[in-house]
Design a protein around this ligand. Structure first.
Ligand SMILES: Cc1cc2nc3c(=O)[nH]c(=O)nc-3n(C[C@H](O)[C@H](O)[C@H](O)COP(=O)(O)OP(=O)(O)OC[C@H]3O[C@@H](n4cnc5c(N)ncnc54)[C@H](O)[C@@H]3O)c2cc1C
Length: 473
């Protein structure tokens, strides 16, 4: 964008998408520097001792089906840079009040066999999708374009466009299958009655069967460190402690890629945009927030359902009715008595996370965007419900409200962990119909606010950089 350029490209923000954009630039021989506001790089993929020395907690993301399934990450030599995936025996366990549980197993048949009268329906729904995962991952983890696997995408789309509730009630008769699917679909952070909310449940179930839900040995930071090491090996630079407040803070470059959400983009470059583009950014809708907790425990969580010890990820919320009520209320702006809680117990599978004999626990629930309501007690009550005696094991807890999350990472607007609500209108074309491009030549957005949206997969950054390469070089 400048006259004599110090760099071919500058990236604002060293989250997984910012780093992926920078790597894509460097892979094409472009000089690139990343400016990160915080002292540490990683954005949503960082670990730190949030409770006590020796307890390594993942401050944001912890479980990585989309990272291990990301076509871009898979193309990078991340294991050479220290990234080692740990695959728990099962991807996920969803316990119920009666002490039973459904697990997301690697073979579709193994999960189907747990679902009683819904065994056949589950197999019929999932088996063809899982068999088509490789092609579908390419089509789904990117912007709308000509599909590589049109038939599989059509089959997926036919189910995915439905509401999660509609799909669960239409396909399944029993509460176990319905509740299990509701928990998967609740990752959408949408009411389960919303069109398109089924897509999230399907993608997460498919990924669990096809590639697993791994954690990173040593913590989320290892994902970031591997990306950063690879970027540096390609000649890319990273500067930390450098919050960008205006484009004038940047060295001259031909391209600027922003790992930012629309609100910050307006702050940094708003006056440069056309009124029409600025208006469409202003219309962008943020979604529910997260209330995040981490615990240092004196021992493993005493689950009623033994199967819970086989998976890193646990979904607490019971039935479809209860989870749907919880998500609907939060969407309407009401904190709920019995929140749907997402938990991860990494130290069960990765002893490097906690001192010997001790455990770490990671969890969050959905709350209204920007909510100041303290959910600590309600979250712990949900855990206690499925693991009586849990409270006695808590040595120390860390609590991060939506606003605390935003303070630590400006992209988490009101605690929204997905860079914007994935409503139907913002699912494919986000943040505007231009997607990665803006109304300013050479200025791009590359965060989770662009397709394919939230999650640690780097595909937003990769596609934004590809577009910049095509248009500007
Ligand atoms: C509590 C929580 C749990 C999650 N769990 C999972 C999970 O288990 N699995 C999963 O796949 N995903 C999970 N996610 C989502 C995932 O972390 C995000 O979708 C992902 O990190 C988005 O990547 P990004 O690069 O777009 O943005 P971010 O990771 O948010 O990175 C943005 C970076 O930009 C920097 N920045 C912002 N403003 C400026 C500025 N003005 N100047 C310079 N730098 C700036 C920030 O400091 C940050 O480092 C979770 C998120 C949260 C918060």
């Amino acid at each position: 964008m400048g006259k004599s350029n110090a760099y071919d490209a500058v990236v604002i923000g060293a989250g997984p998408n910012g780093l992926s954009a920078a790597i894509t630039m460097a892979q094409h021989g472009k000089s690139v520097v990343v400016y990160e506001a915080q002292q540490e790089i990683g954005g949503g993929a960082r670990s730190m001792e949030l409770t006590l020395p020796g307890f390594v907690h993942d401050a944001c993301s912890a479980v990585y089906p989309l990272a291990i399934g990301s076509p871009f990450f898979r193309s990078l030599p991340l294991s050479r840079h220290g990234l080692d995936w740990i695959q728990p025996a099962a991807a996920l366990t969803h316990p119920f009040d009666d002490g039973t549980a459904i697990t997301l197993e690697r073979p579709v048949d193994a999960t189907a066999s747990l679902l009683g009268s819904d065994e056949k329906s589950y197999r019929k729904l999932m088996a063809p999708l899982v068999a088509a995962w490789n092609g579908l991952a390419v089509d789904l983890l990117g912007p709308p374009r000509l599909p590589q696997s049109p038939l599989s995408l059509f089959r997926f789309g036919f189910s995915a466009i439905q509401s999660a509730r509609g799909l669960a009630e239409g396909r399944f008769q029993g509460e176990p299958a319905r509740g299990f699917f509701a928990g998967l679909a609740a990752h959408s952070m949408l009411p389960l009655e919303n069109w398109g909310s089924a897509a999230f449940g399907l993608v997460l179930a498919m990924s669990g069967h096809a590639v697993g839900w791994p954690i990173a040995r040593g913590g989320a930071q290892k994902v970031t460190d591997a990306l950063a090491l690879h970027l540096r090996s390609l000649g890319g630079e990273i500067v930390t402690n450098r919050p960008v407040r205006s484009l004038g803070d940047l060295p001259p470059s031909r391209v600027v890629l922003c790992d930012l959400t629309p609100r910050q983009l307006i702050e940094i470059a708003g006056e440069r945009f056309s009124p029409r583009y600025r208006k469409s950014l202003q219309r962008y809708r943020y979604g529910m927030g997260a209330f995040k907790m981490d615990w240092a425990l004196s021992g493993p969580v005493p689950w009623k359902a033994r199967e819970c010890a086989r998976a890193a990820t646990i979904h607490l919320g019971g039935t479809l009715g209860e989870i749907a009520f919880s998500e609907r209320s939060v969407w309407r702006g009401e904190p709920v008595e019995k929140p749907f809680v997402l938990l991860a117990q990494p130290s069960l599978f990765d002893p490097s996370r906690a001192p010997e004999g001790k455990q770490t626990l990671w969890g969050y629930c959905h709350v209204p965007n920007g909510s100041t309501f303290n959910m600590t007690e309600r979250i712990e009550k949900q855990i206690e419900r499925f693991a009586p005696g849990f409270g006695d094991l808590v040595v120390r807890r860390s609590v991060m409200s939506p606003m605390e999350l935003e303070k630590r990472n400006a992209n988490l607007v009101g605690g929204d962990i997905n860079g914007g609500a994935p409503t139907l209108s913002q699912l494919f074309f986000r943040p505007t119909v231009r997607m990665y491009g803006t109304s300013v030549k050479g200025l791009y957005i590359c965060s989770a606010s662009t397709p394919p949206g939230g999650g640690v997969h780097g595909m937003c950054g990769h596609f934004a950089a590809r577009q910049a390469l095509k248009e500007m070089f």
